[in-house]
Write a protein that binds this ligand. Structure first.
Ligand code: CP3
Length: 363
């Protein structure tokens, strides 16, 4: 199916957008760029909405979600446009209600604590009626950017990361409730992971049918897991999603981004994702060696670098481009853009990707 996906570009009259081609493993004229959490409070235009409108309403009203998705693309010409939404957005469709408290992050009032609670969850049987705004947002974004050279990204949280949110109810430094369940009641955790996996397969399909061209899996809470725990409670479930999506939509590349995966590169090398996202605790050169020369790697500049001087930003991005490229690399930050980041630093970051062919030629 990999070669089938490659030859599609040759068949299509108009060339596919840059990021999509690189995610598929194709050669390209330069390194594409986007930033995780590129829509956010660091942008004045975003704050005009976030100061007035709560997160659920902002992300679940298509007209607003579309505008917030497009803001960083208009301002910085990112090669990727990511739907403004959240990894928790699909949970209410399963019967898990959440809210995002300003300054504190997501809250789930009735965390999952038993097999009964898992059995009471709904399947993702009718996303169009339960999550209609996701379809509206993605399909409109797709028609807005088609022909511009940009790629539309959908995303999900992995089963492990969503299970951890659903069991904790909020971020916990030690992931205590979920890991207590892992040790004392693993059958409940596996049942929850199982349920989320099936729901997420349906939800990714829904995003793709609506127009998502690349889908990223965020395993944001992978850093809580030892390599052995990651191999049992995270990767097999993400891999099932990747396999199911690949079987049905072989033309859609998948990005797997696990936070804190520095000690897990040997496992990541076994992932079947098209693209492996990396945080900044590794060098691109080290990751390249561990994961292989033919896989597209995404990352991995420390987002705090964007608080540094222009010189420091140039230096960090150049090192990342040189070590990560010239082929099979998508420039990104190693984790989401941080509130307070100067907008002009994000602009410079994206500009350096547009100059990547010259930067790489000079090295
Ligand atoms: O990347 C983008 O620009 C698209 C939008 C996006 C959001 N969340 C918007 C959002 C994406 C891709 C996410 C994914 C997400 N959400 C992750 C994975 C990425 C990562 O950081 O590892 C995680 C762990 C979440 C859970 C989540 N949602 C947290 C921790 C928070 C609170 C953060 C805060 O600053 O308060 C949210 C809410 C949220 N989702 C915000 C945004 C812009 C901030 C709150 C707001 O805008 O009101």
């Amino acid at each position: 199916s990999r070669s089938g996906r490659r030859s599609c570009a040759a068949r299509c009259a108009q060339q596919d957008p840059l990021l999509l081609r690189v995610a598929r493993g194709e050669e390209a004229e330069r390194t594409p760029v986007w930033l995780m959490r590129q829509a956010g409070r660091y942008m004045a235009a975003f704050r005009e909405y976030s100061d007035r409108i709560g997160f659920r309403e902002r992300s679940e009203t298509s007209s607003i979600a579309i505008e917030l998705s497009l803001q960083p693309w208009r301002a910085f010409q990112t090669d990727g446009v990511i739907m403004f939404s959240d990894i928790l957005t699909p949970l209410p469709a399963l019967g898990i209600e959440f809210d995002v408290i300003k300054g504190k992050g997501p809250r789930i009032d009735n965390p999952i604590d038993s097999m009964e609670a898992v059995r009471a969850l709904r399947p993702m049987d009718d996303p169009l009626s339960r999550l209609p705004f996701v379809h509206e947002t993605l399909s409109t974004l797709r028609s807005e950017i088609d022909g511009s050279g940009a790629t539309l990204l959908g995303f999900i949280g992995t089963p492990w990361t969503l299970a951890a949110y659903s069991v904790e109810g909020k971020a916990d430094r030690n992931c205590r409730r979920t890991k207590t369940m892992m040790f004392n009641n693993p059958a409940v955790l596996h049942a929850l992971l199982e349920h989320l996996t099936e729901a997420l397969i349906a939800y990714v399909g829904y995003q793709i049918e609506a127009g998502a061209q690349v889908v990223q899996l965020f395993d944001s809470w992978a850093h809580h897991l030892s390599p052995e725990q990651f191999a049992e409670f995270s990767m097999p479930y993400s891999e099932r999603i990747i396999a199911a999506v690949r079987a049905k939509y072989p033309h859609v590349p998948l990005i797997f981004h696990a936070n804190g995966a520095g000690g897990k590169h040997a496992l990541l090398a076994q992932s079947t994702a098209d693209v492996i996202g990396l945080d900044w605790e590794c060098t691109m050169a080290g990751a390249r060696q561990a994961i292989g020369s033919n896989r597209t790697l995404q990352g991995n500049v420390d987002p705090m670098v964007l608080f540094g001087t222009e010189d420091q930003i140039r230096k960090a991005v150049t090192r990342c481009l040189v070590e990560g490229g010239p082929r099979h690399h998508i420039l990104n930050v190693g984790h989401g853009v941080i509130e307070g980041t100067p907008e002009e630093s994000v602009g410079l970051f994206c500009e350096l990707a547009r100059q990547s062919a010259d930067i790489l030629a000079a090295h």
